[in-house]
Design a protein. Structure first.
Ligand SMILES: Cc1cc2nc3c(=O)[nH]c(=O)nc-3n(C[C@H](O)[C@H](O)[C@H](O)COP(=O)(O)OP(=O)(O)OC[C@H]3O[C@@H](n4cnc5c(N)ncnc54)[C@H](O)[C@@H]3O)c2cc1C
Length: 421
């Protein structure tokens, strides 16, 4: 049976960032990374809209996103690794009531964002005052202006993962793809070879991982399996504290989409900002390579919690729920078409919508990214590494610090996040 100091379950962006920082910190560690898919970044990392921003209502989220963004910028700008990173901004279209929120004032006073006037949005092609019939029927808000975040944009998560994976392959880290961990079971520390072990009074630990290709032994297991964490931890009687929800992306192609896509608002940029509509949380992401835009939304009611293996997008959801709203603000999009679509899951921390990074015996868990796991992955990897080393304080890439236990379960200190999109 292969034996490792650490087995990481999941070769998505979280598992790879965790492996990268662990190995960097402790080069002597014998690490294995296991994934049920044929390669890295095939789970929700591949389904992401892949926007990044440092605009969050909670300070800890601003920290972990800000420092991860700084690390990705370092890779792209200093090390010349092309992550497809554009600093095209995030544009929150808002009515006057929302523009007057405390969070907006905080972002402006911290130098993170500015207000864009209604006129500039009209120039981009937006109808800022939908007809009263549409407003009434579709529950729409006016667009009185927008908040434009500076340290925000789009990125290619598979390229970040490719960087982490390549770096890890330069070391002695072992990768096991097409390998599914079936369950996590505690065993007695000292076997008595008596039927029914482990008994309540025995010291237990989780060292033996049963997988589709055989057993592995690990001193520590790190679970970075996103929504599938719940099923894995269920088998060991541990609560993941997260629930999965399907999230869909629709690629929209056509001349009006292409024209809007190339309408930049940030200096030296060639593409529109990642845009959040004023109603129902619909988002639109430019895709420079294909001159298309992606449309997505985090819909809540009547969307069941689920953890499907291969969630399917619903064309009728675009037609009936998204398109009527889009058409009210961008009537020219009536001539566009859905050229492709896909679906993944958000793994929601349903309490404060921020990652959990916690330890339970010799299992470490990083999950609950709540729709922002790409933009925070580097910091989460560092926090996992700290938790492994039993360090109380984690130093992030940009030199800022977080208390490691703040992101845990027992001594958690994370306020509810209100900017989840
Ligand atoms: C539609 C959509 C839009 C999004 N938009 C954004 C965005 O704009 N910005 C952003 O930052 N985030 C966004 N996200 C969230 C982001 O994609 C996730 O937070 C992130 O990808 C989570 O990474 P992960 O490595 O934790 O999970 P995953 O990438 O899902 O990796 C988990 C891995 O674990 C493996 N695994 C699971 N169970 C087992 C098992 N039993 N045995 C072996 N392997 C196993 C899986 O195969 C998978 O590869 C979006 C997500 C979706 C679905």
């Amino acid at each position: 049976m292969p034996e490792f100091d650490v087995v990481i379950i999941g070769a998505g962006i979280t598992g790879l960032a965790a492996g990268y920082h662990l190995k960097h910190e402790k080069p002597g560690l014998k690490i294995a990374i296991i994934d049920k898919n044929r390669s890295f970044a095939q789970g929700n990392t591949a389904k992401s809209a892949a926007g990044y921003r440092d605009l969050f209502t909670s300070r800890i989220n601003r920290k972990i996103s800000g420092s991860s963004i700084a690390f990705y910028k370092h890779l792209q700008q200093d090390l010349k690794i092309d992550l497809g990173m554009h600093l095209n901004g995030y544009l929150f279209l808002m009515d006057s009531r929302r523009l007057d929120q405390d969070a907006v004032r905080t972002f402006i006073s911290e130098g993170r964002a500015e207000i864009v006037g209604e006129g500039s949005l009209k120039d981009m092609g937006y109808v800022t005052r939908p007809s009263s019939d549409e407003k009434h029927l579709l529950n729409l808000s006016d667009i009185d202006g927008a908040l434009l975040g500076y340290n925000c944009g789009i990125i290619e998560p598979d390229r970040i993962c490719s960087y982490y994976e390549k770096e890890l392959r330069k070391t002695d880290v072992s990768f096991f793809y097409n390998t599914e961990v079936k369950n996590l079971k505690f065993e007695p520390q000292t076997r008595m070879n008596y039927p029914g072990e482990p008994f309540l009074w025995q010291n237990m630990e989780m060292r033996n991982l049963e997988t589709s290709t055989g057993s592995f032994r690990a001193e520590t297991t790190i679970v970075c399996a996103d929504i599938w964490t719940t099923a894995l931890l269920n088998s060991a009687g541990i609560d993941s504290h997260v629930r999965g929800k399907k999230r869909q992306v629709f690629r929209i192609t056509g001349e009006p989409a292409s024209a809007l896509m190339s309408h930049a608002l940030r200096p030296d940029q060639e593409v529109m900002p990642f845009t959040i509509f004023p109603s129902h949380g619909i988002v639109m992401r430019p895709e420079p390579g294909s001159s298309s835009v992606w449309i997505s939304v985090a819909d809540d009611y009547n969307r069941p919690f689920e953890e499907e293996e291969d969630p399917k997008p619903e064309p009728e959801f675009y037609e009936n729920s998204l398109f009527p709203v889009i058409r009210s603000y961008l009537p020219q999009f009536s001539s566009c078409r859905v050229s492709s679509m896909w679906a993944g899951h958000y793994s929601y921390n349903t309490i404060d919508k921020t990652h959990y990074v916690f330890r339970e015996g010799n299992i470490i868990v990083a999950t609950g990214s709540s729709g922002s796991g790409i933009m925070k992955a580097d910091a989460i990897g560092r926090i996992v590494s700290s938790l492994y080393a039993d360090r109380k304080i984690t130093r992030l890439y940009d030199g800022s610090f977080v208390k490691t236990s703040d992101m845990g379960v027992e001594n958690r200190k994370v306020p509810p996040e209100h900017m989840v999109i």
